[in-house]
Write a protein that binds this ligand. Structure first.
Ligand code: UD1
Ligand code: CA
Length: 472
């Protein structure tokens, strides 16, 4: 295969010609994050950064996969499951990391794509373009993803020969003034012809400023072996590596911008896009309207024509077609709102199904509940789902009406069409179409209000006299 024509970055289903293996390096401690959490597990748009890299790689439908992790990184292994992991015993550099995965890539006949776990903005199209740049025989054995960051500072520099071909990579720590002045940098992603990978790694030493085995030396090594090396240039916006909290925030901002654009391109209105925070997996249907200051955690689907009014927080929720939520509503995981349902201000809902056309308009907590269609939940209604030890379920039949300020003590079932009087504490099941209410009798004392008020005023005056008396 010769270097294939680059596929455009926006190609929605990129494919590479030869079989592809993706190796993700994630063994670094991420010292500059100053965190007890492995760097690649820090979330961007509600998802660990390494999961973004895996998602981009999965779009290429690779034939084989590997993630290199450090010792005691079980949390990373769990986050990347079902990708197989290899453990790099000591962080001796990026080439050493690839070597640690040798049992997984040995004998792989195809292209091995090496991606860093701290580059979450990468897209499948760019990965495919890089992979397509290498091949067996006369094709380049190594291809590097190059980019031109505004500040090349810590990045490796790509040194070209007189013919404009990639000659070697010089790490910033090892660069002289001439190399430092180069604008074209190593984004950190590399494609290597599988047949050449073993011999190349074996020839990489650690005679450099950091005393590490640099994967970047693969270029010079391949050239010494008589093979070519190539550069595929990629967009800066996809290639920032995350090494600090500030860079994490910058990546979050960049990804949010991308997600907002995608949502709007899909037919959703974002009244104030900059104040809407989306998760990588947020799905917004056609003619969905999102007001300002709405935050989506992972796992939210908003179906066509639904409206999310300002200041709502949603996570793990399906909002049915034409439903309306907020302002100021909080929808928590495992919640489903049926078509045309309405959830108003200061309503919190968790692990609950609210049926089609049902309403909870004001000041409620609904948890562990199955609520039918056309139900009205009055202001201030609360499901008491937790007895201090266990959670219990509340079931409300279609068409029931729950009067304001009711307390539904689960486990409890309210029948279809039942009517619960305002202010009731319901701790037993209520039959279909029954009227149920608990209410302390109202006591009325004629003319007692002025008498009570006069007594209280006298009490107040007596207290004021006491505090004003000179202390003896
Ligand atoms: C690396 C490149 C540099 C490039 C930059 C792009 C090398 C030698 N340098 O530098 O040319 O411009 O990325 O962002 O490759 N890792 C391991 N094991 C190790 C060391 C690192 O798994 O022993 C992993 C890290 O978890 C990380 C990735 O490899 O995901 C890159 O390591 P990092 O230390 O961030 O490399 P840079 O110094 O940024
Ligand atoms: Ca890095």
């Amino acid at each position: 295969m010769s270097a294939a024509a680059p596929s455009p970055i926006s190609d929605p289903s990129p494919r590479t010609a030869s079989p592809l293996m993706v190796v993700v390096l994630a063994a670094g401690k991420g010292t500059r994050m100053r965190s007890d959490r492995p760097k690649v597990l820090h979330p961007v748009a509600g998802r660990p950064m390494v999961a973004h890299v895996l998602a981009a790689a999965e779009a290429l439908d690779p034939a084989a996969r590997a993630v290199v992790i450090g010792p005691a990184m079980d949390a990373v292994a769990a986050a990347v499951d079902p990708w197989p992991v290899a453990v790099q015993a000591a962080q001796n550099g990026t080439a050493d990391a690839v070597r640690a995965a040798e049992p997984l890539w040995r004998g792989f006949a195809g292209t091995v794509l090496i991606v860093y776990g701290d580059t979450p903005l990468i897209t499948a199209g760019t990965l495919a373009r890089l992979a397509a740049a290498v091949g067996p025989g006369d094709a380049p054995a190594v291809a590097v993803l190059g980019f031109r960051p505004a500040d090349p500072g810590p990045y490796g520099r790509l040194v070209l020969d007189a013919d404009g071909h990639l000659d070697r990579i010089v790490e910033a720590a090892d660069a002289d003034a001439a190399a430092r002045s180069l604008a074209l940098c190593n984004a950190g992603l590399m494609a290597i012809d599988g047949a050449a990978l073993g011999p190349i790694l074996a020839a990489i030493g650690n005679d450099n400023a950091k005393g590490e085995f640099y994967l970047t030396d693969a270029v010079a090594v391949a050239r010494r072996m008589g093979r070519r090396a190539a550069v595929a240039e990629g967009p800066v916006a996809e290639l920032m590596g995350i090494n600090s909290r500030a860079e994490l925030a910058a990546a979050e901002a960049a990804l949010q911008a991308r997600l907002r654009d995608r949502a709007m391109a899909g037919g959703a209105t974002l009244v104030d896009p900059a104040s809407v925070f989306l998760a990588a997996d947020t799905v917004l249907g056609r003619d969905v309207e999102i007001g300002p200051n709405v935050v989506f955690g992972p796992g939210v689907v908003v179906e066509d024509g639904a409206r999310i009014l300002p200041f709502c927080h949603l996570e793990g929720v399906v909002v049915g077609a034409g439903a309306s939520v907020g302002p100021f509503a909080r929808l928590r995981p495992e919640t489903t709102l049926g078509a045309g349902a309405h959830v108003g201000n200061f309503v919190e809902i968790k692990k609950t199904r609210l049926g089609a056309g049902s309403k909870a308009s004001h000041l409620s907590y609904l948890g562990d509940a199955r609520i039918g269609d056309g139900v009205n939940i009055g202001a201030g209604t609360i499901t008491c789902n937790y007895d201090g030890v266990l959670k219990h379920e509340t079931v409300i039949g279609d068409g029931a009406f729950i009067g304001s300020d009711s307390v539904l003590v689960a486990p409890v079932r309210i029948g279809r069409g039942a009517l619960i009087g305002a202010g009731s504490a319901v701790d037993r099941d209520v039959a279909d179409d029954a009227l149920a209410l608990t209410r302390a009798p109202l006591v009325q004392k004629d003319g007692a209000a002025p008498r009570l008020r006069a007594r209280k005023q006298a009490e107040k005056a007596a207290r004021a006299r006491q505090t004003n008396e000179p202390k003896g």
